[in-house]
Design a protein around this ligand. Structure first.
Ligand code: GTP
Ligand code: MG
Length: 371
């Protein structure tokens, strides 16, 4: 956006214009104090000064309501499905729980066709969609969070009722709290004789996650991924939380999605598993994702079926990027091939320039050590 000049930016973050110019100069960008800053320059300055720069541009914003206030036309906004992330200690049954939810919710016969590993999918409960994301470990989630990919609306913490709160449960609790998302606790493995839901509640209450029936505000749902008991209850609770959040987005907008997983597949090329956060992604769309770009060649849904588009909060895989994108990065559809190519190329150049400036700094330091 052509609306902030170098000196205005400097003023706004308490630096001198010279500081700003120096940073950009070290990256090969020549500006004077009266020049307008480009979006990429703002991003770099933000990183350099350790401040968060909110760029008011459709490119980077998901949360239209927050960043645009009245400016945005909300007439085409609709309620979107919630994105629910499942977290918890190793072996407490996250994947089993999701498998159970999925198999009981998708049409019989279709489930068998899945061959590749899919960690996110959409199910329908009472005519309403819910998108789930499995987390294989907390690292994956934290790296996504630090990249600002706040794709999650609701967090489910799975705690095995026979095992209770463990080290990774604790880590997950702090991630969940930091995210500000509503939390639901699923007490799993209730079919086991040794299951002790009161122990789980007490341990969680100690971490300030107090059950509703103990006067707190966190729902604790007893479930069994083995028998399926409690799963309906869990899904209903998710829908209640989701309604309270009033999640809205614009299905008519150009797509913006987040990359959940990515890989290079033989015969298919770079593959990105995404969740659509706004708009609708269609085959043929020009897309940019980090420093990669391309045109959507094919989309498969979470069942591995070929589809023409992915809608709000839906998940699937996208083919057509020229390189494997980073997990957690934003995939954005734009009008022309030129636009996506230009943005990807500029970002790649900046990344290279930044690497270069790092190594230059190091060698200068090394040199000063020698002198
Ligand atoms: P990671 O992805 O490694 O963190 O594990 P996870 O949390 O996804 O656990 P997973 O679903 O792989 O389950 C671990 C083990 O617990 C498996 O042997 C499951 O069969 C078992 N298990 C999961 N849920 C239940 C349950 O409700 N009851 C019983 N009895 N066993 C369960
Ligand atoms: Mg798992």
């Amino acid at each position: 956006p052509e609306d902030i000049r170098v000196y205005e930016f400097a003023e706004a973050c308490g630096k001198s214009p010279a500081d700003v110019i120096k940073v950009l100069f070290s990256l090969g960008m020549m500006v004077t104090k009266n020049d307008f800053l480009k979006q990429d320059e703002l991003e770099i300055l933000g990183e350099e000064f350790g401040i968060s720069v909110t760029v008011k541009d459709a490119l980077e914003d998901v949360n239209y309501e927050e960043n645009y206030d009245e400016e945005i036309d909300t007439s085409s906004f609709v309620i979107r499905p919630p994105v629910v992330t499942i977290m918890g200690h190793v072996d407490h049954g996250k994947t089993s729980l999701l498998d159970k939810i999925r198999s009981s919710k998708v049409a019989a016969g279709e489930a068998g066709g899945i061959t590749q590993h899919i960690s996110s999918y959409t199910v329908i409960k009472n005519g309403q969609k819910i998108t789930f994301v499995d987390t294989p470990g907390h690292e994956a989630f934290s790296s996504m969070r630090t990249r600002g990919a706040n794709v999650t609306d609701i967090i489910i913490i799975v705690v095995a009722a026979d095992d209770g709160v463990k080290t990774q449960t604790e880590e997950v609790i702090s991630h969940a709290k930091a995210s500000g998302c509503p939390i639901i606790v699923a007490m799993n493995k209730m079919d086991k004789e040794t299951a002790n839901p009161d122990m789980v509640k007490a341990q969680m209450a100690e971490k300030n996650l107090t059950p509703v029936d103990w006067g707190g505000d966190i729902e604790f749902i007893p479930v069994s991924a083995r028998t399926g008991d409690g799963i309906e209850d869990l899904l209903e609770n998710i829908l209640i939380q989701s309604e309270l959040l009033e999640l809205k987005a614009d299905p008519t907008a150009k797509a913006k999605a987040t990359v959940i997983e990515s890989s290079l597949e033989k015969g298919r090329g770079p593959v990105a598993n995404i969740i659509v956060q706004n708009g609708t992604l269609r085959v043929g769309d020009n897309i940019v994702c980090d420093t990669t770009f391309g045109r959507v060649k094919a989309i498969t849904n979470d069942m591995g079926e070929i589809v023409k588009e992915l809608g709000l909060s839906e998940t699937g895989t996208v083919l057509g990027l020229n390189e494997v994108p980073t997990t957690g990065s934003s995939l954005i559809a734009m009008d022309s091939e030129k636009e996506v190519r230009d943005i990807a190329t500029t970002r790649a150049e900046h990344a290279r320039a930044k690497e270069l400036s790092k190594s230059t700094k190091v060698s200068l330091e090394e040199m000063s050590g020698l002198i």
